[in-house]
Write a protein that binds this ligand. Structure first.
Ligand code: ZN
Length: 56
């Protein structure tokens, strides 16, 4: 699914298995865990939203 890229605010791709997040625009390439921590540093509210999503 499409997620917001934390680096360039472009559209990044989250793999269906939640194993990685990649952005073609700025070549971001993180595991999902790294991605959550990364955006959590920038925006604590967003981190909570993603944590909820993962639990469903
Ligand atoms: Zn990007």
């Amino acid at each position: 699914m499409k997620v917001k890229c934390p680096d360039c605010d472009g559209i990044a791709e989250l793999s269906d298995s939640f194993s990685y997040v990649r952005c073609e625009k700025c070549h971001l390439d993180l595991t999902y865990g790294e991605y959550v921590r990364y955006i959590g540093k920038k925006n604590p509210v967003y981190k909570d939203i993603l944590s909820d999503y993962k639990l469903r």
